[in-house]
Structure formats: C-alpha cells, structure tokens
Ligand binder design. Structure first.
Ligand code: SF4
Length: 377
C-alpha cells in the first residue's frame, strides 16, 4: 500500500478495493514504491548509516520513488543523474537564507486552494498535491509537504470560477501530478472542463511518463477521450529517462491523437552539459515529442545543490542551440520572481547590471522591472 500520508483523503487515486485490481495494474505497481528513507535503506539504495542522517531531510521533504524509477539508478555511479533527482540528500538542508518557499509567486495569484490565475487567458488547476515521485529539485516542495488539497470543496469552486470567466481559453492541470488521480476522477474533471464553452484546451503537466510510465494504459487513454483539446507536457530531464517503456507509452498517446511536448529543468549534476541536453531533445524529437521549455531552476528551499548560475546557463544554452535543429530547440526561460511570468533567459528581458550576478528582469505581465541577485553567482 502507499504511504499513509499519501493515501489519506478523498482525492486518492487508489479508490477501488484491492480485490478488484489486476495484479499488474498501475495502482498495484505504484503501491510497491519506496515511500521512506528506511525503505530506500531496505532496498540497498541508501546505507544504514544514512538513515539517521537523512531524518531531518525526510521531515521537511517527502520521499516517494517507484520501483521502476529506482531500477534506472546506476548503483556503480554515486552521481547517477537518476539517483540525484529521486533520492533524499543531506544537501537539501543547505538553505542559504535567500530562499522563498513560494518562488514562483503562486500564492499572489491564488483564487483558492486548487486554482491559480496568473495570466488573463489561462489558469493553473492543481487538483492534488500528491506525486508518484517527490523530485528533489521541485520548486513546489514546501507546498507539497504542507497538507493536501480538499478536492471535493476546492475543485468544484475552481470549476465555477473558470466557467464564470470567459477570457480563460486554457486550463493547465498540474499539481502534484494530476495523473495520480484515478481515471474516473481525471476523466470526469476533463469532461467538466470540456463542457465549458470558452475553454479551448486542457493542458496536462505530468512527470508520470518519466517516473512511472505504467500509468499510461488504454484505460487512461479512454478516460482522456480523443480530443484535439488535450495537450500533454512531459518532464524528461535526462536521456536515460527515455527508456523503451517510456517511449512505448509516448507512442501510445501520440497514436491516440494527444499532442505531446516536453519541458525540462536545468539541473547541476544532472543535465548541465549541452551534449546531454542535445541527446535528450534529439531523442524526444525522434519519438514525436515537441520541445517546450528548458527551465532555469526556481530558488526553492532544499534545492541549492541543483543550481546553475544564469551565466553558466546561458553558455550551456548557446552551445545547445548549435547542436539542435530549429524545431527541436526548447526555450530557456526563467520565472520573474514573485510571480511575474516567464521570460527568455538569453534575451533583453534579463539584463546583467554591471555587477556579476545582479540582473534586471522585466515582467511580461505587468511590465514592471525588478532587480534580482542570482543566488548561484
Ligand atoms: S512530479 Fe512535479 S510537482 Fe511532483 S515533485 Fe516532481 S516536479 Fe514536483
């Protein structure tokens, strides 16, 4: 079974009695995940000595790694990029005092527990705070650790709000990971959104095709329904995540008519080399996934060890562009602190101000300029 902290509440996807499940269905498989540091010790991923050391990390940031994602770790490589993304690390305690628990300003634009309205024509709907893996670099780490969303109350209110604002053309489902919802709940939510006339597209952001591809099956495809309105954004960060299983699930979704794109986060030690990113984006292009964003890491608590400076990021990106054909290039973007929207890092919207690491950024939402000190410079 899943960890009790993860399964409580009505939003949980594992909502059928175990006896009705096939032994290899996705819920049963996900139930075999490691949900604590102790479980990672049991599986030989961490040593017994690390158990106590990581106690403080675990109390701040949840642990959850599927058997599948664990199997991608190279045990001979202590800097394995898969391991770095999934396994709790003592460096997560190294906050430096220049960190905002809400680095993208979600709370500034929050309508309710499950809805954020930042841009006029689109909203972010987060029906859950549960993920099938708690990525160690996640900018929503604090929010994910703080309780859960009350689905039955927050989501209907969010739907009412969306229906009342006819400027909203797009609803972005994020989380947590929205694919942790059961097919019944996810399909019902998409049906309700599709019945709102002015909502032209539902964009789903998920890391499930990366961390737990078993989630994608025919029942999932059926639940989404074949619609040009569905757009799914995957979050592959490293070419080793594009396994034959993941590829087959991408193909399944593509064949069902779902448009696919990918966004990555630029992460120190994981993918901060142009040739790694080029391999990833070339491979994604080969399997029909369009490039979307390469994100500069938002400075969230517990993620300092993943930071790349703006200067390094620009160099990496410029070298990456030389290795990719035009249609295969992601946009390298950063969120203007405080929820000011995304801007291209290698553009006039991010200007260095004489002193190294001091930048002026202009919000595309308000036109306001802010001065920002790069914490990694
Ligand atoms: S799946 Fe997404 S929301 Fe969940 S921990 Fe990973 S990056 Fe964060």
């Amino acid at each position: 079974m899943l960890d009790a902290r993860v399964t409580e509440g009505p939003l949980v996807s594992i909502d059928e009695p175990p006896k009705t499940r096939e032994p290899d269905d996705w819920k049963t498989r996900l139930g075999r995940s490691a949900t604590s540091v102790a479980a990672l010790v049991d599986r030989g991923v961490l040593s017994a000595a690390e158990l106590q050391l990581l106690d403080a990390v675990e109390s701040r940031h949840k642990t959850f790694v599927s058997d599948y994602y664990l199997s991608l770790i190279d045990p001979a490589d202590s800097n394995c990029p898969i391991r770095l993304q999934a396994i709790p690390d003592i460096n997560e305690l190294n906050d430096d005092g220049r960190i905002d628990p809400d680095p993208t300003g979600d709370n500034t634009h929050r309508v309710n527990q499950a809805l954020i309205h930042r841009y006029p024509n689109r909203v972010l709907l987060t029906p859950t705070h549960i993920c099938p893996m708690y990525c160690r670099y996640c900018f929503r780490k604090v929010a994910l650790n703080e309780g859960q969303i009350r689905y039955q109350k927050a989501v209907p209110a969010a739907l009412e709000y969306i229906a009342s604002k006819d400027q909203i053309r797009e609803v972005i489902l994020s989380g947590g990971d929205p694919l942790i919802l059961s097919n019944k709940r996810l399909g019902g939510l998409i049906d309700k959104l599709s019945s709102i006339k002015h909502v032209k597209r539902v964009r789903i952001h998920t890391r499930m095709p990366v961390t737990f591809p078993y989630r994608i099956d025919q029942q999932f495809i059926d639940a989404l329904g074949v619609s040009h309105r569905i757009y799914l954004v995957t979050h592959f960060n490293h070419p080793r995540e594009l396994t034959p299983l993941a590829e087959s699930k991408l193909e399944m979704m593509r064949n069902a008519g779902i448009s696919l794109a990918n966004q990555s986060v630029l992460l120190r030690g994981v993918n901060d080399r142009p040739e790694i990113l080029a391999e990833l984006y070339n491979h994604l292009a080969d399997v029909g996934v369009r490039p979307y964003y390469l994100h500069h890491l938002d400075p969230a608590p517990g993620t300092t060890h993943f930071r790349v400076s703006i200067q390094q990021g620009r160099t990496i990106y410029r070298d990456l562009l030389k290795l990719l054909a035009g249609p295969d290039r992601p946009r390298y973007v950063i969120e203007v602190p405080g929820g000011g929207g995304k801007v291209d890092v290698d553009s006039g919207a991010v200007i260095e101000m004489g002193q190294p690491g001091r930048y002026r950024m202009t919000s595309p939402l308000t036109g306001e300029s802010i001065v920002w000190l790069d914490p990694s410079a």
